[in-house]
Design a protein around this ligand. Structure first.
Ligand code: ZN
Length: 191
């Protein structure tokens, strides 16, 4: 049997999303479909061209999303996520449960811009939890052996005009005895 025969048998000769029998073709469910029946679905002309279809065509997902076929679940999930302006689509999405593997697959095919990038702001804090800013003056709270520089920065030394290490909240930089050194924020106190 060919792949299409396999899919026809599984789908009972109907579109796996809307049950139409019109112009059924194989649709590979990406992003990395291996072309197997497990990663393909049988779709009608309308379901293969979602851009041209009416929003209400997709009410069919209310039935087809209960399929046991993961590839069909994935398509239903992705389509519902593009219809979240519609209350009925949001309701269906709330009910659509994907197992972990299927959910990862479904999300892998979504346009990345859907997810707002979560910016985790890096905040530098001294040993007391006070926020440090570039240009601050800090005092060392313990003797620091400066590796490679051959001296010890003594406890109580003031370091003026510090700069913050942008990608590491535990590090600041400042001049001690004429040398620019990296200092751990946990060993300083803001003045
Ligand atoms: Zn269809």
């Amino acid at each position: 049997m060919s792949l299409k025969d396999d899919l026809m048998a599984r789908a009972e000769n109907k579109c796996e999303l809307c049950t139409s029998t019109d112009k059924l073709e194989i649709f590979e469910v990406g992003p990395d479909s291996d072309g197997s029946a497990d990663q393909s679905v049988l779709l009608c002309d309308i379901c293969r061209n979602p851009g041209k279809s009416d929003v209400h065509h997709w009410r069919c997902l209310g039935d087809s999303m209960w399929t046991p076929v993961p590839a069909v679940q994935v398509l239903a999930w992705r389509m519902l996520n593009q219809l979240t302006d519609e209350a009925w689509a949001r309701d269906l999405l709330d009910m659509l449960y994907l197992d972990e593997e299927t959910e990862i697959w479904a999300k892998a095919g979504m346009v990345k811009a859907e997810e707002p990038a979560i910016e985790t702001a890096i905040v530098h804090k001294d040993s007391n939890g006070a926020t440090l800013s570039a240009g601050d003056t800090v005092v060392l709270i313990k003797d620091l052996n400066v590796k490679g520089a051959g001296f010890t920065a003594k406890r109580g030394t003031a370091v003026r005009n510090i700069s913050l290490v942008e990608d590491n909240e535990a590090h600041i930089e400042g001049r001690v005895e004429g040398q620019q050194i990296v200092i751990l924020t946990e060993f300083v106190k803001k003045k």
